[in-house]
Design a protein around this ligand. Structure first.
Ligand code: SAM
Length: 284
């Protein structure tokens, strides 16, 4: 039970005034000011709380405070040098370790390896600025060491793309690659009024857990093919694959092997169709 949540308007204002730490747009700073929301994210993100929770972008600690309650150990990576002292003092928990760095520069495999060796589960939680959502998530999706779950608040439109089904305008290479690697659970949609300052768009919290099965051996080549298929959405698969392979006959043969009409467009194929297209040609 937390006595004085940081995630309220009055406490956020108080901390900001005390430390002279106004929000910076350049770092995508929109703080959550609704304790019920951070509590729900922390509960969903933490599972049984055993192991390590890594938070990306703790800000002044709205979510961090709850993560420290729910997890044995929390490591928080923050880019803004004003925040580490605030977090240490205002949260005042021994199980919190703050690292001042841009998470995009972190070597994720090196970070995860010591935990993997000791079979300690690692989870991620974050309220991410929109401009780093995709690069940070892809950094985590490409990790070679195991991750228990990734729970992330993001712009609603970006969440829709991750979850998109074939034949919708949101469906793209990102949807296919993510759905190949992960199962996605929508934790909640969040109104823009729960942030300070309030952004122009709504947000959504998604949770990603990795699938155990890896049907494809050469995943890097598979991802490259998927991205190529969506290069020009209005063009046919034949056209886009021709660009990828540099040869029309090869592109035709690829589609024929998998029994796919050359005039089909990428957005009509499900994740299973892409797997079949790749396996029939490269791994059968
Ligand atoms: N977690 C806090 C909350 O929910 O109130 C703050 C969320 S705010 C949307 C995003 C936070 O991520 C900010 O504190 C910002 O400084 C930090 N941040 C932005 N880019 C980052 C990066 N590349 N690496 C680490 N932190 C980053």
């Amino acid at each position: 039970m937390i006595d004085r949540p940081i995630a309220t308007k009055s406490r956020t204002r108080e901390i900001q005034e005390k430390w002279g730490a106004q929000t910076k747009k350049s770092f995508g700073q929109n703080f959550i000011v609704e304790p019920g929301v951070v509590e729900k994210i922390a509960r969903a993100a933490s599972g049984d709380g055993k192991g390590v929770m890594i938070e990306i972008g703790p800000g002044i600690g709205a979510l961090t405070q709850y993560l420290c309650e729910d997890n044995e150990e929390v490591i928080a990576y923050e880019i803004d040098p004003r925040f580490p002292p605030i977090l240490q003092e205002e949260i005042g928990k021994d199980n919190l370790h703050v690292v001042l760095t841009d998470f995009l520069d972190v070597d994720v495999n090196a970070l995860l390896k010591p935990y993997a060796e000791k079979h300690i589960p690692v989870r991620f939680a974050s309220n991410l600025p929109y401009y780093v959502t995709t690069p940070i998530l892809f950094k985590l999706f490409e990790a070679e060491e195991p991750i228990e779950a990734i729970t992330v608040m993001m712009q609603k439109e970006v969440a829709d793309r991750f979850e998109a089904a074939p034949n919708t305008k949101e469906y793209n290479a990102l949807s296919v690659i993510t759905q190949y690697r992960c199962t996605i659970r929508r934790i909640m949609d969040v109104n823009r009024n729960v942030f300070w300052p309030s952004p122009n768009v709504g947000s959504t919290v998604l949770q990603f857990t990795f699938r155990d099965e890896h049907p494809i051996k050469d995943e890097a080549k598979f991802f490259s093919m998927v991205k190529a298929c969506f290069t020009q959405r209005r063009k046919t698969l034949l056209n886009n694959l021709q660009g990828w392979l540099g040869d029309k006959q090869q592109a035709l043969a690829l589609l024929e092997h998998a029994g796919i009409e050359p005039s089909t467009r990428a957005q009509q194929l499900s994740c299973a169709d892409f797997i079949r297209l790749f396996k029939e040609n490269y791994e059968s």
